[in-house]
Write a protein that binds this ligand. Sequence first.
Ligand code: FAD
Length: 462
Amino acid sequence: MSTYDVIVIGSGPGGYVAAIRCAQLGLKTACVEGRETLGGTCLNVGCIPSKALLHASHMLHEAEHNFAEMGLKGKSPSVDWKQMLAYKDSTIDTNTKGIEFLFKKNKIDWLKGWGSIPEAGKVKVGDEVHEAKNIIIATGSEASSLPGVEVDEKVVVTSTGALELGKVPKKMVVIGAGVIGLELGSVYARLGSEVTVVEFLDAITPGMDPEVQKTFQRMLKKQGLNFIMGAAVQKTEATKTKAKVHYKLRKDDSEHVIDADVVLVATGRKPYHDGVGLDALGVEMTKRGQIAVNDHWATSVSGVYAIGDVIEGPMLAHKAEDEGMAVAEVIAGKHGHVNYGVIPGVIYTHPEVASVGETEATLKEAGHAYKVGKFSFMGNARAKAVFAGDGFVKIIVDKDSDRILGAHIIGPGAGDLIHEVCVAMEFGASAQDLAMTCHAHPTYSEAVREAALACGDGPIHM
Ligand SMILES: Cc1cc2nc3c(=O)[nH]c(=O)nc-3n(C[C@H](O)[C@H](O)[C@H](O)COP(=O)(O)OP(=O)(O)OC[C@H]3O[C@@H](n4cnc5c(N)ncnc54)[C@H](O)[C@@H]3O)c2cc1C
């Protein structure tokens, strides 16, 4: 039996970051992971593999659509799916090995196996029981499905199966127009699949700025994705190679069936804590099955903390990472802090979509007076040069003080551009502060400055 200051259960972005920060702060730390590799959902079956496939398929799209206009002639590349999967796997491998290296560097013990908490202060892994003054649960989440939809990870798949398909399907139906469904739907549409997205609501990407939602859906349609909106999926029927998706349109209750070679179920994720022993331990849960924590990520059981997808809040890797750092600081007697008002959300399609802070809808609901500054990428020289003039930056500010309350971007590099606004918001900056900051030309970030200018006397290039 070993004794630790901290044992982290789960090595996703929440868990591994918590473990590294704990070790950096001088705490004797171990991390339990049941998978064969470190890095959690994010590195193994989430953020990283999906981005590798998005990148590869985007390259194909560029070659097919934009090369000739730039004077790059010749045969378009064809898809070697096996090699594309091998490239994706090697990206995973480099990243998971990177975490292994960081664990060694920081002298963190990797306890291999599935962990449970038989009692406060103890973690059981296999037959061994370890003592820990503090335990951090970072066991993440798993894909959820719908009643009547049985996942086999071959024909009816979650995102995990969609990253491992035997071949590029001719017809794919994606259930759910959220981030994961649209990212993976885009991948297969670019690779030549006929992709139809079936969504219960009337707009894609729920909670996002409505103007962004409309523009985004228009752009995805232009890229070949089909949408059936306001449709409640009733069930799927699958054979070994094909499936039928039965759905009902909400507007008239009419029933329909659509055929597919592969059905991707992308209807969200739910917290995962099977086998940890939370019931017996008496850990309080929320109504939605998350571990309930206070604002120091402490559960109802003394010395037991929880972070990441398994607790409340957006299921995002960087939110889990921030909580990982903060909880380590709290355990070390410092002041861990996460600003939940400034957590960006990004969709890595092409173009990218990114947002942070308030939307017009949330402000209207709160009766908060605001102003909007908007700038189209059509007025940005760099974007036009790379066929990316479609899209815009929208900055929302407090009407009286000009303080930035939120930003919504659809366009080239949106996932990176958003951080300029995040930093500004962390410092309580006004749109004028952003507008008065010199931005290099020609960069996409000039569009952010122009949107900030649009909150005041007006943009220059529009
Ligand atoms: C396809 C896809 C794409 C995504 N893309 C993005 C993206 O681009 N950006 C983004 O921010 N987020 C993205 N996400 C979400 C992101 O992956 C999660 O928010 C993030 O991984 C949560 O981190 P976590 O540390 O809470 O848990 P996880 O990453 O889920 O890690 C939990 C780990 O705990 C382990 N574990 C569970 N129980 C035990 C146990 N009892 N004992 C030992 N080990 C255990 C699991 O094996 C797992 O490795 C994506 C998710 C998916 C599915």
